[in-house]
Design a protein around this ligand. Structure first.
Ligand SMILES: Nc1ncnc2c1ncn2[C@@H]1O[C@H](COP(=O)(O)OP(=O)(O)OP(=O)(O)O)[C@@H](O)[C@H]1O
Ligand SMILES: [Mg+2]
Length: 468
C-alpha cells in the first residue's frame, strides 16, 4: 500500500488533466461517491445514468477509464461493445453480483478489473490510482516503441539505395521542425508512408496524424472537412463540426494529392496557414489552429503553377522543404529487399512464409513497375494467394511482369558472329547496369560467383585501358 501512496504525486503531476473518467451507474449515491474520489485524484469526470448516455459521451470525449455498473445477471454485451468501440479505454466493472464466475467472465471480456458492490471509497481510490499508473506505463511504452522504431530506419520504409539513404537523412532533419514539407513522387512510391514517418519521428508523434485526400473528395466536402462548419451552414448541417485543421491540435494534417485542391480553397488554405486560424463554413468567428502541414502530389506542381492551376504563393508556402521519392525502376537494387519485406509482412498477417524463385525474381528485376512499390506489394499478395507451394514461381506473377524481358536480347545483326567472351561481357555489364550497380545481385542472377564477377570486371577495365 505504501508504494501506491508514494507514487501518487507523480501520477497527479503527469496525468491529472490527461485522465478522463466516465462513470455509468443508475444510482445517484454511487455516481456522486465515485466522482468525489476521482476528482480528489485530479481526474476529469463524466457521468451517465444509463447506457445510452454512456455511448453519447464515449463517442464525443477522450475517455480513458470507465466505471461501469453491470446490472445483475447481464451486461457483458455492453462491456463487449464498449471494448469494441474504444479498445484503448480501460473498463472497471462494478456490480452487486459478487460471484467469482461473474468476475472471471468480466475480466475475460476485457475488463481491467472488477469491484463488488458495496465497496468503500478507499478501495475505489486505490483501484483508480492503479489504473492511472497502468495507463501512464502504456503511454510511455508506446512512446518508447516509436523511438526504437525510428532508430531502426524509418518505421516501415524499406530500401538501401543511395536515394533512400538520402531520404532518411532528410526525414530525420525535417521531423525535428514544424515547417511544411512537400512530398513529390509517382503513385505508389510511398508518399503517405514518408509523411507518417515524419510525423512519428518528430516531437508531435503523440498528437493526431490526419490524412485528407484532396483528390477523392468533392470540393465542398474538402472545405467542410478542413475548416469545419456551424449548424445550419448548409442543408443537412444539423450540428456543428470542427474542422480537421483544428482537430489536429498540435499534430499533423497530411494533404494528399494537393494539386487537386480547387483554386478558391487554395486561397483559403493559404490564409489559414499565414494567419494560423480558420473560419468554419457559415461562421463569422475564427478558431486558432496549431497544426503542421505535410502535403503530397504525384504531379509536378511547378508545372501546375506555370499553367495557372496552382497558386504560386501557396506553392512557396508548402514547398519550404521538398522531398522527392524515387520511382522503383530507378532503385531496382532494392527490389529483393522489398520482396522479403512484403513476404514477411504477408506471413505475419497469417499466411505461410514464402520465397520467390530465382527465375521469378529475375523477371521482377526486369519489370519497370509503373505502379511502383504498391504494384510490387499487390503482385506479391496476389502471387502468394495463387502459389500452391512455398516458392512463388513465374506463373504466379501478373502477366505484365511475366512478359517483361529478363535480359535485353542482344541485337545481333544477321551474319555477324560475336565471340563468346564478348557476349559474356555484354551480359555482365548489362545486368549490372540494370541493377543500378548491384554487383552481388548481378552475380546471383547470372549464376556465377562474386569473385568470378569481380575478376571479369578487372579484366574488362584492363582491356579498356589498353584500348585507350
Ligand atoms: N519504401 C517502402 N518500403 C516499404 N513499403 C513501402 C515503401 N514505399 C511504399 N510502400 C508501401 O506501398 C504502398 C503504397 O505506399 P503509399 O500509399 O505511401 O504510396 P503513395 O505514394 O501515397 O501512393 P499514391 O500516390 O498512389 O497514393 C503502401 O502499402 C506502403 O506501405
Ligand atoms: Mg497516397
Amino acid at each position: 500500500m505504501a508504494t501506491v501512496v508514494e507514487s501518487l504525486p507523480e501520477i497527479q503531476e503527469s496525468r491529472v488533466e490527461l485522465l478522463h473518467l466516465l462513470i455509468v451507474d443508475d444510482e445517484r449515491a454511487v455516481r456522486d461517491g465515485c466522482r468525489e474520489v476521482a476528482q480528489s485524484l485530479g481526474m476529469s469526470t463524466f457521468i451517465a445514468e444509463n447506457i445510452d448516455g454512456a455511448w453519447r459521451i464515449l463517442d464525443a470525449q477522450p475517455i480513458d477509464v470507465v466505471l461501469l455498473d453491470l446490472p445483475p445477471g447481464g451486461g457483458l454485451e455492453v462491456l463487449q461493445e464498449m471494448k469494441r468501440r474504444r479498445p484503448e479505454a480501460e473498463v472497471i466493472v462494478m456490480t452487486g453480483q459478487a460471484t467469482v464466475p461473474a468476475a472471471v467472465q468480466a475480466m475475460k471480456t476485457g475488463a481491467y478489473d472488477y469491484v463488488p458492490k458495496p465497496f468503500n471509497l478507499e478501495e475505489l481510490r486505490l483501484l483508480l490510482q492503479r489504473v492511472a499508473r497502468h495507463l501512464k506505463l502504456t503511454t510511455e511504452n508506446r512512446v518508447l516503441r516509436e523511438k526504437v522504431r525510428s532508430r531502426l530506419g524509418f518505421g516501415n520504409i524499406v530500401g538501401h539505395a543511395p536515394e533512400m539513404e538520402k531520404l532518411y537523412r532528410m526525414i530525420a532533419k525535417v521531423a525535428r521542425s514544424t515547417h511544411p514539407v512537400l512530398i513529390i513522387g509517382e503513385s505508389g512510391t510511398g508518399k503517405e508512408l514518408v509523411a507518417r514517418s515524419i510525423h512519428c519521428s518528430g516531437p508531435v508523434r503523440d498528437k493526431p496524424f490526419i490524412p485528407v485526400d484532396c483528390g477523392s473528395l468533392v470540393p465542398t466536402l474538402i472545405e467542410s472537412e478542413l475548416f469545419g462548419y456551424v449548424r445550419g451552414a448548409f442543408t443537412g448541417a444539423v450540428r456543428s463540426k470542427e474542422g480537421l485543421l483544428a482537430v489536429a491540435d498540435g499534430g499533423t494534417v497530411f494533404l494528399d494529392e494537393i494539386a487537386e485542391l480547387p483554386v478558391d480553397l487554395q486561397s483559403k488554405l493559404l490564409r489559414a496557414l499565414q494567419e494560423k486560424e480558420i473560419r468554419p463554413v457559415g461562421s463569422t468567428r475564427r478558431t486558432p489552429i496549431n497544426v503542421r502541414i505535410l502535403a503530397a502530389s504525384n504531379r509536378n506542381l511547378e508545372q501546375a503553377v506555370e499553367d495557372g492551376k496552382f497558386r504560386k504563393d501557396l506553392y512557396f508556402r508548402l514547398n519550404v522543404v521538398s522531398l522527392k521519392l524515387p520511382p522503383l525502376r530507378d532503385r531496382k537494387q532494392d527490389i529483393p529487399l522489398l520482396v522479403s519485406h512484403f513476404l514477411e509482412k504477408l506471413a505475419t498477417a497469417g499466411g505461410k512464409m514464402r520465397t520467390v524463385s530465382d527465375e521469378a525474381l529475375k523477371l521482377m528485376l526486369a519489370y519497370d513497375w509503373p505502379g511502383n512499390v504498391r504494384e510490387l506489394e499487390n503482385a506479391l499478395e496476389r502471387a502468394s494467394a495463387l502459389s500452391s507451394g512455398p516458392v512463388i514461381q513465374v506463373a504466379d506473377l501478373p502477366t505484365a511482369v511475366q512478359n517483361s524481358q529478363a535480359q535485353p536480347g542482344l541485337t545481333v545483326a544477321p551474319g555477324k558472329i560475336i565471340p563468346m567472351a564478348e557476349l559474356e561481357k555484354q551480359a555482365i555489364l548489362n545486368t549490372i547496369a540494370q541493377l543500378n550497380g548491384d554487383k552481388l545481385m548481378a552475380a546471383r542472377l547470372l549464376g556465377i560467383g562474386k569473385t568470378t564477377l569481380y575478376r571479369k570486371l578487372k579484366e574488362y577495365a584492363a582491356q579498356d585501358e589498353v584500348a585507350r
